[in-house]
Design a protein around this ligand. Structure first.
Ligand code: HEM
Ligand code: CU
Length: 444
């Protein structure tokens, strides 16, 4: 199939989707995507450092048609701390594009691919540790319409579920760091649609009018949970099972796998509020996966008597109950080396692990090892400097050259002392205690 012309892809933030492709010819489609690491609201009073494609969770919706040649421009904002990449499930090729799209902060990469299979596909960051990048919000949907487009409907929306793992329990106020252990245990504190509690409730509810047909493009970023997607008080007329060609009819609840999608449509016959849920209901009422579709128009007493009030469930648990007086405890002071190691381990998990990895082995050609590192063990003062002020330029660690950028770490003297003491006590390193005063002496 030859493509004709070239155009800039319309990209939309959730819950909106770009205009239908309809029966346009296959074309060269330019997609501009910027990775932005930014603090945002997770729930009332709770914030989180999200990693995003184009500033939203999920990232921008990309709408293509079969045969399009996509020229993908991926930029990593210079203020970001980490390198990232993108794996699009619509791509046929190694890593779904991940290998050719690895991009450091302040850089842009361009790669291209042809979309050859129609369907609704997930895209996500695939930089190690992948589950952590996904858990921080790095996912979205790309639609590949078949020849001639999808059947027209009146309203279309974009909804994507994700599970989030925070140090504090659900509702604990303040900026909540990512908790790797809870992610490994698959115990999320939040399960939400479109990146936060309440993204689709109240004034944010999606809307339709009686008699209209509504299509939902539903995705699941995970990283871990499978969604039992359901709209209370509606039956899906058509479900594109798992986002593919197979259409199932008259479906109550459809499974959306982690890293998968579904396209559902239904005609709304009566007015009211239709609650959108993951039917694993403690998630919905205790962790946030609750949205609303409000339908305006005239009653139809034959279809629904209207005796009950609007909304079948009152979403009591969907919003956050504040815990009064709960503030972050002051950073604990280590009394001895053992305590320092224990406290340093958690600083490591939050701060260093993303690059230097759980076992301190680093990542070949990108992040040097801290395990048995000759560079580290040769000079503790220099190691303190690296953590305090960051490091760039070529260095040699255990005979391998690295030429990357390590950002300065925003940590207290106590935290830096703890994390380096932990690192020195681990993975065959030389067992040296770093005291906060040694760190203080290096600050200028
Ligand atoms: C280098 C420690 C966080 C990326 C180093 C070195 C140390 C170190 C001791 C010197 C080389 C070696 O011994 O292997 C730490 C500690 C961290 C931390 C304790 C957390 C408090 C990070 C993060 C990143 C990162 C979050 C990624 C964004 C790098 C890079 C180098 C490096 C790229 C090599 C720099 C160059 O090529 O000049 N780190 N690091 N580090 N680190 Fe980190
Ligand atoms: Cu990433």
């Amino acid at each position: 199939m030859k493509v004709s012309g070239e155009s800039l892809a319309e990209l939309t933030a959730p819950p909106l989707v770009p205009k239908p492709v309809g029966n346009r010819e296959a074309t060269k489609l330019i997609v501009n995507m910027e990775i932005v690491e930014k603090e945002g609201e997770m729930a009332d009073g709770v914030t989180y450092l999200f990693w995003t494609f184009n500033g939203t969770v999920p990232g921008s919706f990309i709408r293509t048609r079969v045969g399009d040649e996509v020229e993908f421009h991926l930029k990593n904002h210079p203020d970001n701390k980490l390198p990232h990449n993108i794996d699009l499930h619509a791509v046929t090729g190694p890593g779904g594009g991940a290998a050719s799209s690895f991009v450091a902060p302040g850089h842009e990469v361009v790669f291209s691919f042809k979309v050859i299979n129609p369907g609704l596909y997930v895209y996500h960051c695939a930089t190690a540790p992948v589950a952590m990048h996904i858990a921080n919000g790095m996912y979205g949907l790309i639609l590949v319409e078949p020849e001639g487009g999808l059947p027209p409907v009146d309203k279309e929306y974009y909804i994507m579920q994700g599970d989030f793992y925070t140090k504090g329990k659900n509702g604990e106020p303040g900026l909540q760091p990512f908790d790797m252990q809870k992610a490994v245990d698959e115990h999320p504190d939040y399960v939400v649609f479109n990146g936060k509690v309440g993204s689709l409730t109240g004034d944010n509810a999606i809307k339709a009018n009686v008699g209209e047909t509504v299509r939902l493009f539903v995705g699941n970023g995970g990283p871990n949970l499978v969604s039992s997607f359901h709209v209370i008080g509606e039956i899906f007329d058509n479900v594109h099972v798992e986002g593919g060609d197979l259409i199932n009819k008259n479906v109550q609840t459809t499974l959306v796998p982690a890293g998968g999608a579904a396209i559902v449509d239904f005609k709304v016959e009566v007015p009211g509020t239709f609650v959108i849920v993951d039917h694993a209901l403690t998630r919905t009422f205790n962790k946030g996966s609750l949205g609303m579709l409000t339908v305006a128009g005239d009653e139809n007493k034959q279809i629904y008597s209207g005796k009950l009030t609007e909304g079948i469930y009152q979403p009591e648990g969907g919003t956050i109950q504040k815990m009064p007086g709960a503030t972050a405890p002051p950073a604990p002071k280590a009394a001895n080396m053992e305590e320092r190691i224990a406290l340093g381990k958690s600083v490591y998990a939050k701060t260093c692990l993303a690059c230097h990895q759980d076992n301190g082995a680093g990542i070949a050609n990108a992040f040097p090892p801290l395990a048995k590192s000759d560079y580290l063990n040769a000079d503790a003062g220099r190691a303190i400097d690296v953590v305090l002020h960051g490091k760039q330029g070529e260095i040699t660690v255990n005979g391998q050259k690295y030429n990357g950028v390590m950002p300065a770490q925003v940590l207290s003297d106590e935290e830096i002392a703890n994390v380096l003491t932990y690192v020195y006590a681990s993975w065959g390193n030389k067992q040296q205690e770093i005291k906060p005063a040694m760190v203080a002496a290096k600050r200028t």
